[in-house]
Write a protein that binds this ligand. Sequence first.
Ligand code: SAH
Length: 464
Amino acid sequence: MELKKNQEILLTIEDFTKEGEGLGKYQGFPLFVKDTVIGDVAKVSVTKLKKNYGYARLVEIIEPSPDRVIPPCPVARQCGGCKIQQLSYEKQKEFKWNQVANCMKRIGGFADIESKMEPVYGMEEPWHYRNKAQFPIGKDKEGNLVAGFYAGRTHSIVPNTNCLIQAKVNQQILETVLSYMKANHISSYDETSHTGLVRHVLTRVGFTTGEIMVCLILNGKKEQLKNVSALINELKTIPGMTSIIVNTNKEKTNKILGPVCQTLWGKDYIEDYIGNVRYQIGPLSFFQVNPSQTKVLYSKALEYADLKGQEVVWDLYCGIGTISLFLAQKAKQVYGVEIIKEAIDDARNNARINEMDNVTFYVGKAEEIVPAQYEKTGIRPDVIVVDPPRKGCEASLLHTMTQMQPERIVYVSCDPGTLARDCKILCEEGYEIKKVAVVDQFSHSVHVESVVLLSKSSFTINEK
Ligand code: SAH
């Protein structure tokens, strides 16, 4: 077979990778093609060839797959955000459910996992679900000021003030900022020369409270925003506007936010609820970006934890204490552990404003805090909840957990691969999987969130 770069060929897409790329075979040679879905027959152009596989770019759909939809966003293909908008939402949900099932089987060795899996929890309305957006500000080829998103794998801005997965109010906020910048000759930041002022506009919206925060990230100080009262006066007219902030980031870095914030107008934070729990959210706070599906996810975790009121619970990798406070409504005592000090400051503050005094937070690594506390107090928790980052839990932490012998372990995961790996270890050490729920938190992206209930196995008596 002779394939060359830039060669155009006809390809039938037969598979879909976990990154959301279609996979087709040309005379047995696998080619990955972004923007395609299983069942598409497409004209593609070869972009890169490796020894055993290659990449191609979609040129034209010849015969669309029955699962294909027309992406409602006009820049869905260029933008690096939504990778699978071309796949119908029904199929997106199926894709995510299958991801979990396949990882559990292949990596975890759980052959009959499907029998434990609940139907996928999708969104009623898979649009405008995000409460946080970070728009880079820059110039297009003609030198016009633009706001939008980075194109996939690059830092060139795809202009778009009307992102369909973000809160609708962002459009008005961005248009207001851009016209203020134009009228007052305020420059946008240029990454290559490290000059110019406005780097990003960050917005946060409290979906329950309606409160809005706008944060301008500057390569400089707030005093450099000439005639800033004009901007404030405009933004203030947007219903719900609660907080207008400047964040200074003078570093040559991909990190969006710098450490220092100054409030220009209103409060330093906005508030929002997940269920009955109230949270204060500043520009730097980590807060779940899809609050309504987060409620679904945490309610599942709470259901699986099966608390009656007398339990001692650990919440490991607790962030700003979102799950801890949710559990504390039903537990006797909750202990939260998180590595980032600022997140724990937020967590303690959130416990205080909700008047919850049965939660204690520790700053540190879960794999160090938990064994140390267990050694010191000897207290065995009834339930342990973990919600680790994508790399999953340290093996040593999993061993400590099984030694403590909680009745139930609830594993909240954002990566089915490491979830399956860790569940395998837990099951080798005396636990068994009872239930699995997949919750779609990020429609049109390939991110998969799930929660697993493990209980002490009825067959193994753990004598270690
Ligand atoms: N449960 C929280 C956040 C989960 S994200 C929520 O639902 O909002 C995972 C968290 O684990 C992050 O906040 C990260 O800072 C933290 N983390 C990463 N490694 C850790 C470790 N070794 N020990 C404790 N926390 C850790």
